[in-house]
Design a binder for this molecule. Sequence first.
Ligand code: ADP
Length: 541
Amino acid sequence: MQGIMQDWQLTVDKILDHAAENHGRREIVTRSVEGPIVRTSYSELHSRAKQVSAALLDLGIKQGDRVATLAWNSARHMECWYGAMGIGAVLHTINPRLHPEQIAWIANHAEDRILMVDTTFLPIIEGAWEHFRTLEKIIVLTDEQHMPQTSLDAVPYELWIDGQSASTPWGGFDENTACGLCYTSGTTGNPKGVLYSHRTNVLHTFMTLPPDVMNLSSADTVLPVVPMFHANAWGLAFSCAAVGAKMVMPGAQMDGASIYQLLNDEKVTITAAVPTVWLMLLNHLEENNLDLPHLKRVVIGGSAVPERILRAFEQTYDVDVVHAWGMTETSPLGTLGALPAHLVGADIESRIAYKLKQGRPPFGVELKIVDDAGKRLPRDGETSGRLMIRGLAIAAGYFKGEGGNKLDEEGYFDTGDVATLDEMSTVQITDRAKDVIKSGGEWISSIDLENIAVGHPKVANAAAIGIYHPKWDERPLLIVQPAPGETPTKEEVLAQLQGKIAKWWTPDDVAFVEEIPLGATGKINKLKLRETFKDYTLPTA
Ligand code: ADP
């Protein structure tokens, strides 16, 4: 027997319809690429997104066609999103920090027909133009007045949508229709495309809202520093509109001073970004003796939250930190560190200890850890294994079948992360499977070593990698980037680790480098480090 209820397809156009109808005057504030702060509203954004739809239809874009963006977080970027998604096209967000040839590779693989690009990134396209094979039209996200000289057949966005109808119909297609495409940065092999559906994006939106997740309300002002090309700005491009929260978009400026200015001027209550961004902000606050009177909550993920950042927000600035773990393949939320009942009101040290972990899954996410043979491991908070995930918005595979079947017999996806789980499903990521250091058959967590090392004031960044050892197979080498003007010694760095790790985890050596290389998503590029140090001989070898 079937229920007798309405059929209301879960498509993302309904999210912006809802925002325009119920929160029409709520603002979307952008630090524009042209310079000035620009203000628009959900109602205006809705009309302009419909104009984008009309302009795309004029270019012959059909359901399932890929429309790409290479853009900062801005109201215009939001318009492109909803404009493409609303008519059933697939919005493909490209990460501009990738190498230009890799960008072309991704655009070709996705078979992008249209590219909407910020002026900042136009030179990337011009420089690699010979490699792009499927692009038919370039739309530059600016007006005629600011349109740069270009050798490409490109039109300014404002001119392109000018005069287009603001009442193009949206939706009317199946909720399982593809909606968005996002490639993972591919630290191994070629990048792979994660193809979100309307249904999974809408369900993920519902999942992000509750108090134990991102805790969003129409009264909030949200600054997504996390880029829209990183898994939908962790869903915020949808969830802010779903509740009618005011949005503040940072555009191209993500340095400490610029972010502080937005937080303060716009009275931001919730913000989200990777740890690197918060380090820059915290430095700015300290140097200028500033505080954060409006900010209630900061969501931090993408890599483990260093204790220094956690303590600064919680203890110095009285801002609640939500430590989140996820990946492009998980839409991206997997787990979040809202305090469980028994820790609400607990002493600060217990709360800090909990928040250093990656938190727990919201409803809609299931987790397990397994050994290399796929056998379930105990949830004792100590045993670590491969973290496997199943849920309402988790990838089943990659675009065009790259990489083959990605699910195990129970339908779980292998995250490539190594973690412990406790009986409440609290996750602690100990490593990425490919980064774990295997010493005498036992695993050493590179993340732990790095996080403790960066706690030393003379250390700006640290990375631990496994180096060949004749007896133990691999032993850890700690690579350190000193803080500006500092010259830490090996002894000082190792002393920082002492007592905080098992003795046998102590790195066999410390190497100092001017700069630790970062990848396109701002994470340490271990592949590059392993290459640099491939002939390194440990003093213990
Ligand atoms: P990639 O870096 O491979 O392009 P993503 O940007 O999707 O992919 O990043 C996902 C990965 O980032 C996770 O698999 C995990 O290794 C790491 N990660 C994300 N959040 C956290 C966190 N809070 N703590 C530790 N690692 C994290």
